[in-house]
Design a protein around this ligand. Structure first.
Ligand code: MN
Length: 477
């Protein structure tokens, strides 16, 4: 608790008194309860609040973190919380309580309804999901006290639901840790093998990276660019995925990366120039996620260079602000939100997150819980492909999508008036499977006869299928 208070004191001193009050309430209510580890129960809510404080959560969220298990496990009611704190805290705790039980694999109506609630919780107040993620993270960190069956069950659920949710709101730090914790229980042998290999590579490359770090730092200091440089390592599960895609460990150039943080965007590009001057870049490995942010708001420059000892080293260059978004995603925005964190975060979701908008669509499209859950699992929580419009905007689609899906995602009229598709300057059939970085142009004609019934089978996304069916039905009637 002292750690929590001193952390909050540093970024939000005005919240300290209220957080202390929430702690007192929670401590009294949970008194006598124990966790499976034998510790007092209160350790859990305090740890959850601490994870939230590391993300610089606002005061309401911290209190809700401390109180998140009170409605479920004690006599406290939503009304009580509202009276003692405020309506926001009450709604947050209530929201977290309602989504306490769910999984994708279960067919039970109760579970499906809960799964839907957790997923659509994002559209209501994303802070509920962030508290839930912190709760899950602490439970996964202490999973060794559960039975082997529970361990596997929790690990699967975490991989299926919480990892994608963390990814879509951009909370990379939580996502990576959740992945590694789950992986450890799901495939313990692979986990162990890869961690050992990773350690070996880390040991071998350490001096190379430190040498580069100091060289770049000295250079930036000479040029008066405020900076901080860190060595970043890929998580174990990330390495496992790359290896299962057929990669070799020696080919994973971002296993260890240098992360260079500077004060402003202009200095990112200046730094890039200096890095390229110091170390030869590989030409096809440069990525500008500053001008082309990832669809979950991640921004950074990535370049792979020939470091000392002929080692290839990925260098990531971004501003301090971008780095906060990279670690915590959306959660970054409650920092600047004085007063109404919810409004600002929901607005950011609406305007910047394609996942959010797809979710809103799915929610309105499917009344049936089981249909909703299976569609979300198979179309949203699945591998994505990223393609460009002719204007350079990035469109996110599920893997396997084709120009028909692309056209309907842009606009229903574009889909209905489509006569042909061009990808990277070549005419392609409408069932062409889109690949990352394809540039897609849909040729339309207002005199086109409209969606063809056979497109419905070709389309991969439910959204496109629906629009095509609507059109062909209308035409018949
Ligand atoms: Mn909990």
């Amino acid at each position: 608790m002292d750690d929590l208070i001193s952390l909050v004191q540093r970024y939000s001193p005005e919240s300290v008194d209220t957080v202390k009050k929430a702690y007192k309430v929670a401590e009294q209510l949970h008194r006598g309860q124990k966790r499976q580890s034998g510790e007092d129960y209160i350790v859990h809510p305090v740890s959850v609040a601490y994870i939230l404080a590391e993300m610089h959560a606002d005061c309401d969220t911290l209190c809700a973190g401390l109180l998140h298990d009170t409605i479920e496990d004690t006599n406290l009611t939503k009304e009580d919380i509202k009276e003692m704190f405020n309506e926001n805290v009450a709604n947050l705790v209530d929201g977290v309580t309602k989504i306490s039980k769910m999984n994708f694999s279960s067919k039970s109506a109760q579970n499906l309804a809960n799964t839907r609630k957790i997923i659509t919780g994002i559209t209501d107040d994303v802070r509920i999901i962030i508290i839930k993620l912190a709760d899950r993270l602490h439970n996964m960190r202490t999973l060794q006290f559960k039975s082997p069956f529970k361990q596997k069950e929790n690990a699967i659920e975490t991989m299926e639901i919480f990892v994608p949710l963390a990814y879509y709101i951009g909370a990379y730090r939580i996502k990576s840790e959740l992945e590694d914790l789950s992986f450890q229980y799901l495939l313990p042998d692979d986990y162990k093998r890869i961690s050992e290999q990773k350690e070996k590579v880390e040991y071998e490359s350490k001096s190379t990276l430190e040498e580069m770090l100091l060289t770049i730092k000295g250079f930036l200091e000479d040029k008066d660019i405020p900076n901080e440089i860190k060595i970043r390592t890929k998580n174990i599960y990330g390495i496992y995925k790359r290896l299962s895609d057929g990669g070799r460990l020696s080919d994973i150039h971002d296993l260890l990366a240098l992360k260079v943080m500077v004060d402003e965007i202009e200095n990112c590009y200046r730094t890039l120039g200096y890095v390229h001057k110091l170390y030869h870049p590989i030409n096809n490995r440069f990525k500008d996620y500053i001008c082309n942010p990832k669809t979950n708001m991640y921004q950074s420059l990535h370049t792979t260079v020939f470091g000392p000892d002929d080692r290839l080293v990925q260098t990531q260059i971004r501003t301090f602000d971008m780095d906060k978004v990279a670690s915590h995603g959306l959660a970054t925005y409650w920092d600047v939100a004085k007063g109404d964190a919810r409004e600002i975060m929901q607005e950011n979701l609406r305007s910047k997150c394609q996942f959010f908008n797809s979710l809103v669509e799915f929610n309105s499209m499917f009344g049936d819980n089981s249909e909703f859950v299976s569609k979300v699992k198979n179309e949203l929580f699945t591998d994505r492909v990223y393609v460009y419009t002719t204007k350079g905007e990035i469109v996110e689609l599920p893997k396997g999508a084709n120009p028909i899906d692309f056209a309907y995602k842009i606009h229903t009229d574009v889909g209905n008036n489509m006569v042909a598709a061009v990808v990277n300057d070549d005419n392609v059939p409408l069932d062409y499977v889109l690949r990352n970085n394809d540039r897609v142009r849909i040729l339309t004609d207002e005199l086109a006869t409209g969606a063809k019934p056979e497109w419905e089978d070709l389309a991969k996304t439910t959204y496109a299928k629906r629009r095509i069916r609507e059109f062909t039905r209308q035409k018949k009637s």
